[in-house]
Every structure is written in C-alpha cells, then in structure tokens.
Write a protein that binds this ligand. Structure first.
Ligand SMILES: Nc1nc2c(ncn2[C@@H]2O[C@H](COP(=O)(O)OP(=O)(O)OP(=O)(O)O)[C@@H](O)[C@H]2O)c(=O)[nH]1
Length: 488
C-alpha cells in the first residue's frame, strides 16, 4: 500500500498533558517550560490583583446604545495563549487557579468562587476545541485562519461571560443592571483576544510550532475524530448564539421594564431606543454567525472531499500497481505464464480472424540443470535474466516475450512471417552462444534451443499452435541442442 500524502495543514501535534510532556523532554527544557509556566502563573496573579485593585474592569464603551464597561483581565489572555499553543490543560489550570485566588481575595464565598473560576477555562476550551476540530495554522497568516480565530473568539467570549452572571448574582446586583456588565464582559474578552492574543499568537507561533514539531509526534487528523469535533463545535457555536440572543433580549427587556417601573418618560424613550438598537446588534451578529457557519460547512466539505479524493487516488495507484505485479514474472519482468496465455489467445484469435500470419518461438536453455548444479541457483537466476534481456533487446513494439516455465520462454510475434521469425530465432541463438554470463567463480556460456511455429488456419485452437512450437523445440533438443527447428 502506498503511503498517503498528508498535507501539513492536516497534521496536528499529539495532545500532551503537562505531566506527559514532563517525561518527554530534557531536564533543561523542563526547567525552561515549567519554569516559564510557573512564572506566568505568578504574573497572572500579580496582574490580576492589580486589575482588581486598580479597577481595570471599567473602561466605558458605547455598544448597541448601552455604555458597557469593558473587562480587562490579563490572566485570561495569558491562559489562552498557553492553551492555544500547548493544549487546554496548560492554560486552564493557570486560569482557574488565578481566578479562584482573585475571587476569594475579593470576598466571594468559596463555593461560588470555585464555580466562578470555571468560566474562563470554559471559554478557552471552546477555542481550543475549535482549533482541534479544524486544524488551522495558529500563525494567523491566512484569511481562513483569521476568520476562524475571530469566530472562535466570539463564541469563546460568550461561554466565558457566564462568569458575569455568577459575579452579579453573588454581588446581589439587580437583574436589570446586568446588561452592561455582561456585555462588557464578553466584549472585553472578544476585543482583547482580537487585539492582544491574536497578534501575540501570530508572532510567537512560528517558534512554538518549530518546538512542538521537534518534541511531539505530528499526527494526521483522524477522520472520525475531526467529524465529531466539528459537530461538537457547531453545537457549541449554535448554543453560544442562542445564549447571546437570549441574554441580549432578556437583559435588554429587563432594563426597559426597570426604567418603566421608575415611570420616567425620557428614560423610557431612551430604554426603548436601547432595546431597538440591541435588537439590531443581535441581528447583525446573528447574520455573521450564519455566514461563518456557512464558511465552516464549506471548509468541511472541501476538506472531506479532498480527503476522499486522496484515498481514491491512492487506491487506484495501488490497484494499478497490484494488477501490474500479478501480470509480471518477478525475476525477469516479462509476462508470466497466466497473462502470457491470454496474449497468446488474443493473437491466435486475431490471426484466425484477419488471416495475418503470427509466429511463435518457444525456447529453452540447454542443460540448465547443470548450470544450477555446478554454480548454484543464484547463477542460474542470472542466466535466466540474461536470456530475458536478450529477448527484450530484439522485440518489436507489438511482440510479446513470456517466461513460460522455469527456463522456458515464448515469443509471440504477430504480423510476422515464418522466415523472419526463423531469422530472429537464429540471431537469438547465436547471440546467446556468444554471450558470457559473469558468475563469481567463472564466466559461463549457455546455449538455446528454439522451436518456431506459425499459426495456421488448419489448426483447431491455440493449444495446437503451442504444441507445434513445443514439438519443434523438442526436435531441436533431440538433434543435439543449440539449434533452431521450424515446425512443419
Ligand atoms: N536457477 C533457477 N533454476 C530454475 C528455475 N526454474 C527452474 N529451474 C531449474 O531448471 C532446471 C531445468 O532442468 P531440465 O528440465 O532437466 O532441463 P535442462 O537441464 O535444461 O536440460 P535440457 O532442457 O534438456 O537441455 C531444473 O533443475 C530446475 O530446477 C529458476 O527460476 N531459477
């Protein structure tokens, strides 16, 4: 079976958890990698404390008619980088520990903090899954990969924004105030992904990729695994879109209802405007998602189609190769007896149909048993190969040489005369008698006996034609070998 060509883009590093990788790399690399990981954990914690203390999560931005307060959370960005480069665990553990520590530091009860800390690893998981489902290059150097990254960032941000719901619930914030907090949360994740993680990933990916290829075995993406992951991804994308739509509309409506309860007409007007604009934003995001899904489905179709074509090509190649092998004799490369018989039958029928003469030369190496006995089987094989080469040197385009038995050959010469064929047989005899076969102990000379028979309309079938050639060969042997006998 010929190996399948696997395009690089379909290769992905084997998944390695931190503890698996620990055993695979040198001591020095372990220090660098795990030291770097610990350092970035501390960096995450430090930046996280700063973000809470300095209240970074409050950059106001107008979005969909609402002033949202963009969440800036460096720990999430660092954890995302690790997860996208090395695998989910690498960033998830770090992100979880950092968020947990910060939530406890901010006074959240530990049960809620434990749940709250899952939000970011959840968003990161969606992104990592997306990159496994469609193994796009993470260097983000092509339009495809950038679009993929944008879409995954959006879906990831929706999942990670579940943290906002827990946060507001724990802080007893009224439901009607949740919209700007939630929007700031997911939009913060999304924008930071696009403008910080994306560029850093793109810059660091070539070196990371080189390191991964040196250390981890690249595996072709399994068909079934890819299919399952893609289906899962599409489900998550759809759930993300639904959650986004539901939260936008329900939080927007509760904001509107809240304002209505206060009975302030100008604010009612404003809230109604917000509601409308949010509806529009929802519409456009939804439309984008549909387009992205179509893009996904298109990529998927191309991917599977390409894969199937590759398999079919490889199958055809190996079938052709096998068919060739079945027809040929392994030692000489001439046609073997089975396929030789088919050619013989075809030429017999053609000569019977057209009345054109066809001639058969049957030849046999003289005293070949002695060659084997004296010089060994390997030398015997060399002699057989030499005879085959001699035959091929004299063949016309439409002639056929067949290894018919151990040291017995057939030449089928369509559209030839008995005279020409006899001349050819004589040439072969002389040239073989003059040729030296180089064996390790000595140079050997062998001779050939040849029987020539032309197909006649009087013959009953091809077996009769073959028998004539065989009898002529027998006579040549009987008459002392190293000669040509013409049948009839
Ligand atoms: N080396 C080698 N020997 C083979 C092969 N096929 C058959 N032989 C040998 O060819 C020999 C044929 O011997 P015989 O049929 O007695 O014929 P011969 O010795 O050539 O004698 P004549 O045909 O009467 O001249 C046998 O010893 C077979 O073992 C092969 O593929 N390689």
């Amino acid at each position: 079976m010929l190996p399948l060509a696997t395009p690089d883009a379909l290769l992905r590093p084997a998944i390695m958890t931190p503890w698996q990788l620990w055993h695979m790399i040198s001591r020095r690399e372990r220090c660098i990698l795990f030291g770097g990981w610990l350092f970035s954990l501390l960096l995450s914690l430090g930046l996280g404390v700063l973000s809470v203390a300095d209240n970074w999560s409050g950059m106001p931005l107008q979005f969909g008619g609402v002033t949202v307060y963009i969440t800036v959370y460096p720990a999430l960005l660092i954890s995302l980088w690790w997860s996208l480069c090395l695998g989910w665990w690498w960033g998830a553990v770090q992100g979880y520990l950092t968020t947990l520590a910060l939530a406890l530091y901010a006074g959240m009860v530990w049960q809620w903090a434990a749940l709250f800390a899952f939000a970011d690893p959840l968003g990161v998981a969606v992104m990592v899954l997306g990159f496994r489902a469609l193994p796009m290059l993470r260097g983000l150097r092509s339009m495809d990969s950038v679009l993929h990254f944008v879409q995954l960032s959006f879906v990831g941000s929706i999942f990670s924004s579940s943290g906002a719901l827990i946060w507001t619930y724990c802080n007893n914030q009224p439901f009607s105030e949740l919209l700007p907090i939630w929007q700031g949360w997911w939009l913060g994740f999304f924008l930071q992904n696009l403008f910080l993680v994306g560029p850093v990933l793109s810059q660091s990916w070539p070196a990371t990729d080189r390191w991964l290829s040196r250390h981890l075995a690249l595996q072709p993406a399994g068909e079934a695994e890819s299919r399952h992951l893609i289906v899962l991804l599409l489900v998550l994308v759809s759930v993300g879109a639904l959650v986004y739509g539901y939260l936008s509309l329900s939080l927007g409506s509760s904001l509107l209802l809240g304002q209505l309860q206060h009975g302030l007409p100008p604010q009612i007007h404003h809230a109604a405007m917000v509601m409308t604009q949010t509806g529009w934003v929802f519409f456009w995001v939804f439309a984008l998602l549909v387009l992205f899904n179509a893009f996904f489905a298109y990529r998927l179709f191309l991917h599977w189609q390409g894969r199937n074509q590759q398999l079919l090509d490889a199958l055809q190649q190996s079938n052709a190769h096998l068919a060739q092998l079945v027809r040929l004799d392994g030692l000489t490369g001439l046609l073997n007896r089975r396929s030789g018989d088919e050619v013989l039958q075809q030429e017999w029928l053609r000569s019977q149909r057209s009345g054109q003469q066809a001639v058969l030369i049957m030849l046999d190496i003289d005293h070949f048993k002695q060659v084997n006995d004296e010089y060994g089987h390997d030398v015997g094989d060399q002699v057989i190969v030499q005879v085959a080469m001699l035959l091929q040197e004299h063949l016309r385009l439409h002639d056929t040489a067949i290894r018919y038995g151990g040291e017995e050959f057939l030449l089928v010469l369509p559209d030839s005369t008995l005279e020409n064929a006899t001349l050819l047989a004589e040439t072969l005899r002389q040239q073989m008698a003059a040729r030296l076969v180089h064996a390790s102990q000595a140079d050997i000379m062998v001779t050939l006996s040849l029987g020539v028979a032309s197909a006649s309309l009087l013959m009953a079938d091809k077996a009769a034609w073959l028998k004539q050639a065989d009898m002529a060969l027998y006579q040549a042997k009987r008459a002392g070998r190293n000669r040509v006998v013409v049948a009839g």
